[in-house]
Design a protein. Structure first.
Length: 384
């Protein structure tokens, strides 16, 4: 039997070709596109302005979403949700939705989804549950986009869960785009190792006729593959770059991130300098703080010295460091730094002229570290 066509893997032109091949007028592709990416339809039955026969054929021969949600966890404070999705071939991936209240009163409420780009990961970072399981395969562009749509749909449905009519629900779905405020490509996998599909997904997510989220609200995080950083510098989309550094010298970084043996820090920094020169955009460095491993004052001094040359031609600092106490993996020797160690480390960076923030760990009670839910639930046969 022919497998169903994954609608989210089609470009708009490919969707138009498919429907034209079925004898449909050309405006049908616009309607289906609109249902998929703006009205967040989960199945053809919801596409009420399509003829019944077309809805039935779409249901029989295509798939609106490649994701089956098989597990959900919510943190004790209700602000972080983690989903385990099963893909059509049975592999599983994780997606995390983080809800940030507006504590300033300045309208800065954020709803951020953290998405995966690969099932597993080949980078082997020693503190990461995904890295320890290895790579299964790259996700398709549709599987990447589907995670964003699932989060937006969840937000839309949670807004409308209080008894509104179906019409109101649709209007919530239409406005769900503004409900999902940020995307971080920091879930399972290394996005630069699945570059073309990741960028195909990001083009759809930012397309004003599709999901339409602004590129500046999206951050792609990499362990620092220089060729990917250089390629990203040529992209017209102004998506933010984050680099997982985790150590300021090769000896320590190679122990934590095996990929450092292939791409040592000097090579990564060269690509970052070229990126800054080409884009004039600031780069974020992620630094997972591990007690007694990479959080000493000496390493903070070394990190400040490494990053200090990252300046614009006018002298402005072109980087920011996110200090994130590690989400520990069960039975791992790598444990989070104490708040005192993190504060001391940050103080030294600030004294060295390097802007930094100590980030909250999200979802510590729900295995929110990358790959932990998948590891615990396995292939999802333990359904909720
Ligand atoms: S931390 Fe990221 S890059 Fe490293 S192994 Fe885990 S998923 Fe891969």
């Amino acid at each position: 039997m022919t497998p169903p066509v994954s609608l989210l893997d089609l470009t708009r032109e490919q969707l138009a070709d498919l429907l034209a091949g079925w004898g449909q007028p050309c405006f049908r592709a616009d309607q289906v596109w609109d249902w998929l990416y703006r009205k967040l339809a989960a199945e053809p039955g919801e596409m009420t302005n399509l003829p019944k026969e077309l809805r039935e054929r779409l249901a029989a021969e295509t798939r609106c979403s490649p994701l089956e949600r098989i597990y959900e966890q919510r943190s004790g404070d209700g602000q972080t949700l983690k989903w385990l999705f099963r893909l059509p071939d049975g592999l599983t991936i994780e997606t995390v939705l983080m809800l940030y209240d507006d504590v300033t009163g300045a309208g800065r409420e954020r709803r951020t989804v953290c998405i995966s780009t690969q099932a597993g990961c080949a980078m082997g970072c020693v503190f990461c549950a995904t890295g320890q399981a290895g790579l299964a395969r790259n996700l398709t562009a549709g599987e990447i986009v589907a995670q964003v749509l699932a989060a937006a749909r969840w937000l839309a449905n949670s807004e409308s869960a209080n008894g509104e009519s179906a019409n109101q629900r649709i209007s919530y779905q239409l406005s769900a785009i503004s409900h999902l405020t940020n995307i971080v490509v920091m879930g399972m996998g290394e996005p630069m190792a699945n570059y073309d599909r990741t960028w195909a997904a990001l083009r759809t997510i930012t397309d004003p006729d599709a999901f339409g989220l602004g590129a500046r609200h999206i951050t792609v995080s990499t362990v620092g593959l220089p060729q990917g950083i250089r390629k990203m510098a040529t992209e017209p989309l102004q998506i933010n770059l984050a680099v997982s550094l985790h150590a300021p010298n090769d000896a320590l970084r190679s122990k934590l991130l095996p990929v450092n043996q292939r791409y040592p820090i000097a090579e990564v920094m060269l690509a970052i300098r070229e990126y800054i020169a080409a884009t004039n955009r600031r780069v974020t460095f992620e630094y997972a703080m591990m007690a007694g491993i990479n959080d000493t004052p000496e390493l903070a001094v070394e990190l400040a010295a490494l990053l200090r040359p990252l300046r614009s031609p006018t002298g402005g600092m072109m980087c920011h460091v996110n200090l994130i106490p590690l989400n520990p993996v069960a039975e791992s020797p790598y444990q989070p730094s104490t708040p005192q160690a993190a504060a001391r480390f940050q103080q030294i960076l600030e004294q060295g002229g390097i802007p930094s923030t100590v980030r909250m760990r999200r979802g510590i009670d729900i295995d929110a570290g990358c790959g932990q839910l998948r590891r615990r639930v396995g292939d999802g046969t333990e359904r909720r």
